[in-house]
Design a protein around this ligand. Sequence first.
Ligand code: CU
Length: 148
Amino acid sequence: MRRTFWVLALGGLLLGNQAWSQECSLSINGNDQIQFDKKELRVSKSCKEVTVTLKHVGQLAANVMGHNWVLTATADYQAVAAAGQAAGPPNYVPAADARVLVTTNVIGGGQETSVKFDLSKLTAGGDYTYFCSFPGHFALMNGKLIVE
Ligand code: CU
């Protein structure tokens, strides 16, 4: 009886962990055609920490076809994209700007990067846009992060 309890408890823990890691890790690809492969990413508000992994599946170098993943409130997205362009290389993100909620560094073809962030600073149902801040990319490379 007691043993059965522990087996069930351990099994539940393992399953719970698996579900946690699937829901709380997001991945997205960028290519040489200035595109992300997803227009929307979803994450559960129950995640404490979220990991976003960006993979550049193209071949062009970071200085000509660099990609990053920047998250802002949708209302801030265009202004931050402009500020990022003004900030310049290598990462095209304004320094110490509270509107930038999350950002990865810029990567080139064949590279991968990831960023971990605390989901407590985002609100369920909030309007968030992710985009690439490399010059000229934000209008094509963007999508919504949905916290549910
Ligand atoms: Cu880009």
